[in-house]
Design a protein around this ligand. Structure first.
Ligand code: GDP
Length: 445
């Protein structure tokens, strides 16, 4: 998500920064390009207008134009306005300030990812915050829905309300709250029925459940891929039943991102969480300043470090670093490193967090940034013998053929991997030498 928008904006800013002095016309020209980029990304027109007006107001003052780096100043102003549009600084977390059992009501259209998100939130609250969570499906429309939630609960290792046939959503909600009180649950996640489109009956049902359970959060789940429709849906839900937060799913898709930028202005409700995959741990907090950083090509280094800290095995990483320093890094270690990278998520999602990512992705192309490639490389290494991994030099034509056949790849694939490994070991050796020289210099001075 955001790649196209980010690519365009980064281009505008680069041109702006390259010029030393700026006059009002330069800034207006750049803003025209920003406006087009936002519209192309599907940001709602009133939001774009407001955005540009705010930037213009702050950017054309003499103070900015006369400053030492006017281009940089304009970029900063765009960044500030974007952070505001996304909801202001800092992530807005879930509100859990209520007496237990705390009800959280999940609402949204069918297929938006509501049930999956219920499971994700349950997993997060039970794992990170050690809360005892009960999942209850109030979906009496789709027979399979209650079973789906029950299976999710099992996968997340949280409780689920036993299914009783023939109850109305309101009766199920009441039973969920009773069960939670009796069995001392901290949080009850109530997953309501979705509809294919907004209709009066759906809104009425949600309103009644909301009135009966008085939830601490009414979270609306919307699909980022539906663009402007997601914003319209959110507005309709908010006007009819009132929502306290939005969860935007499918941020891992290639949506143009405009919905995320319009959401706050159009609905007034903050985006609290985002979904970035089908797995239960693919749930992220929404940090407006980090998202703005990614859109403007400044990267989300904090997010990257956090993700790394969560997924990378520290002891393993240190072991690899020591081997690198000693120059004894072999293909076995290379495979271990690939595994760690794979755990962090798709390469393009990692790259997306790096400064200047949009440009890099355009240069490399998406095809190479694939989990598949990593898996293929791991397969190649696992088709080698232990000796081959320790001393890759012995891998000549016939061994290459065997390895390619064993891993379902081609000899070219094997060659590419060996070349990569060679390049990497070469780089490490050079770095080591430099490091030692540096140490010697220190020692002598
Ligand atoms: P519901 O009808 O709103 O309850 O939707 P579901 O939770 O059943 O989700 C519909 C489909 O979307 C399922 O296949 C989910 O795995 C998938 N899904 C949900 N959230 C995400 C997400 O953040 N990213 C991706 N790629 N898929 C998602």
């Amino acid at each position: 998500m955001f790649e196209a928008l980010s690519g365009k904006l980064t281009g505008v800013f680069e041109r702006l920064r390259r010029r030393g002095a700026l006059n009002e016309t330069d800034v207006m020209e750049a803003l025209r390009e920003v406006r087009l980029a936002l519209l192309d990304a599907d940001v709602a027109l009133p939001v774009v207008k407001d955005f540009i007006a705010k930037v213009r107001e702050r950017a054309v003052g003499q103070e900015v134009l006369d400053s030492v780096s006017p281009g940089q100043q304009v970029v900063k102003i765009v960044n500030d306005v974007m952070v505001e549009a996304l909801g202001g600084a800092g992530a807005v977390g879930l509100n859990l300030n209520a007496p237990a059992p705390i009800p959280i009501l999940m609402v949204g259209l069918q297929g938006s990812g509501k049930t999956t998100t219920s499971g994700k939130i349950a997993l997060r609250l039970s794992q990170r915050l050690r809360r005892k969570v009960l999942l209850a499906s109030l979906d009496t429309q789709r027979p399979a829905a209650q079973l789906q939630l029950q299976q999710l609960a099992e996968r997340a290792g949280v409780g689920s309300l036993p299914i009783v046939a023939g109850q109305t959503p309101l009766q199920i909600a009441a039973r969920a709250m009773e069960t939670a009180r009796r069995e001392v649950y901290d949080v009850v996640i109530l997953d309501t029925a979705g509809r294919l489109s907004i209709d009066a009956a759906l809104m009425e049902e949600v309103k009644q459940i909301r009135f009966a359970t008085n939830p601490a959060e009414t979270l609306l789940v919307v699909d980022a891929m539906t663009g402007q429709d997601a914003v319209n849906t959110a507005k309709a839900f908010n006007d009819a039943v009132g929502v306290t937060g939005i969860v935007m799913t499918r941020m891992d898709g290639d949506a143009r991102g405009g919905a995320a930028l319009s959401m706050r202005a159009v609905t007034g409700a903050p985006i609290k969480l985002t979904g970035s995959g089908e797995k239960l741990d693919a749930l992220e907090d929404f940090h407006p300043e980090r998202v703005a950083g990614r859109i403007l090509g400044m990267g989300d280094v904090v997010g990257l470090v956090e993700r790394a800290a969560e997924t990378i095995d520290q002891a393993e990483a240190e072991k690899l670093a020591r081997k690198m320093a000693k120059g004894t890094f072999d293909l076995e270690d290379f495979a271990a490193q690939l595994k760690q990278i794979t755990k962090m998520g798709s390469l393009s999602s990692i790259l997306g967090m790096l400064p200047g990512a949009a440009k890099l992705q355009q240069q490399i192309g998406d095809a190479n940034l694939d989990q598949k490639m990593l898996r293929r490389q791991a397969a190649i290494i696992s088709s080698m013998t232990a000796k081959e991994r320790r001393t890759p030099d012995i891998i000549k034509a016939s061994r290459k053929k065997r390895i390619a056949a064993g891993s379902g790849t081609t000899v070219q694939d094997v060659n590419r991997l060996l070349k990569q490994f060679d390049d990497m070991s070469g780089m490490m050796k050079r770095m080591n030498k430099l490091g030692q020289k540096g140490l010697m210099r220190h020692g002598l001075s």
